[in-house]
Design a protein around this ligand. Sequence first.
Ligand code: ZN
Ligand code: ZN
Length: 429
Amino acid sequence: MAIKRPQGTQDILPRQTALWQYVEEKIRSLCRRCGYEEIRTPILEATELFQRGVGMETDIVNKEMFTFRDKGDRSLTLRPEGTAAVARAYAEHKLYGQTPPWKLYYLGPMFRYEKPQAGRFHQFHQFGLEALGTADPLADAEAIWLAWTLGAELGLRGLALQLNSVGCPLCREKHRAALTAFLAPQSADLCPDCLVRLDRNPLRVLDCKNENCRARTAGAPALPDYLCPECREHFAAVRSYLDELRLPYQLNERLVRGLDYYRKTAFEILAPGLGAQNAICGGGRYDGLVEEIGGPPTPGVGFALGLERLLGALAEQNTTPSLTEPPCYVLAALGPEARRWSAGLAAELRAAGFVVLMDLEGRSLKSQLKFADRRRAAFTLICGEDELARGNVLARDMRTGEQREIPRADLLREMENSISKERRVKSKE
Ligand SMILES: [Zn+2]
Ligand SMILES: [Zn+2]
C-alpha cells in the first residue's frame, strides 16, 4: 500500500509555496523595517521548558503536546509554540548582558496534537516576535502595529483589533477575589472545565467558549476596573500610541491570558469569515516569563500569528496576489551534439541570473515549443545542427512568433538588453 502523509500534516506543493514565500518575504521585510532580527531555535526542546514556559494548566501542555522519550530517557517535545524557546535562548546565551532590548522574530513549524478540523493541523506554521528587555508601552504598540500592518500590506480587509489589560499579580489578586465571589454562587451552572478553573485560575472562566459559561459570566467583574495605578498608566499609554498610529481597536474585557507571567497588554487580531477560528494573531506582554524558565527578571512583549489562518483569510477574501515571475527562457536543442553545446550555454546564462529551462526527455522541437508555451517562456532559444555549425542560436519570441539568429557571443548582451527594455515597458504600465 502506498504510504500517506501523517494525519494532521500537509504537503505544501509548488504553486502554494510561491504564495508562502511571498508572505514570508513580506514578514521579513516588515520585521527589518521595525528592527526585529530573526532567531532560529530547535524544533525539539526539553518538555519541562513548555511545562514551565507555557503552563501546566493550559490545554497545550495538558492535552496537545507531541512528547516522547529519547534513547537517553530524556523527555523531549516538538515545540507547540515559539515564545518559550526564544525566552530560553535569551537566558541561555545571556543576551540580557548586552544592550537591551532584543527584538527577535521567528518563522517556522509548530506541533500540537489537536483533533484535526478545518484550519487546525498537527503541524502548522507560526510567525512570531518578541521584544525582550523593554517595559516601554511603545514596544507593545509597535508589535501590534507590525501585526496589523502585515495584514494590511497583504490586502486583508475587515481586520479587527481587540485589546485588554490583564494587569499585574497585584491587580489580579484583587480582581480574583471579586470574580470568585461573583462566580461561586453559580458554580453549579459552569462547565466541568470551568469548575476546575474556578478553583485554580478563575480568570480563565471569562475565556470559556461554552455558551452557558459565557451567559453566566456576563456582568462579571472586569479586570480593567481593578488595575493598579502603574498598570492603568501603562494601558493608557499603549492606547494613546495606538491612537497616534491610527490603529482602531475594540476593548474586550474577556480577552485574558490566564498565566501568571502575563502582564498588562493582551491583544488579538481577528479576520472576518474564518468562523470560530477567526483569530489570526494573539499576543501581549509577559514580563514574568524569562524568570519563570530560570533567567533574570525581564520584561517582554510579543505575539504569534498563524500562517495557515492568515493564508486562509487571504483565500477567503480572494486577495491572493498574482505573483509575477521573472521571464523564463527555454533552450531547445536538437541532436546530441547541439544538446551538449546547449548545456554549456544554459549554465552560462543561469550563472548570469537568467531562468533557463532545458528539455530532459529528448522531445521533438514541436513539443519543446509547446513546453515553452506552457511555461510562459519569453523566448525559446533553438539550437539545431545548422545553428550549431554557425555558432548561433535561433531566438523565437514566444509572443510574436518572430525569429532571428543571434551569435552566441552576443546572446548574453542581447538578453540583458531585452530584459531591461521589458522592465522599462512594465514600469511605464
Ligand atoms: Zn498592576
Ligand atoms: Zn466553561
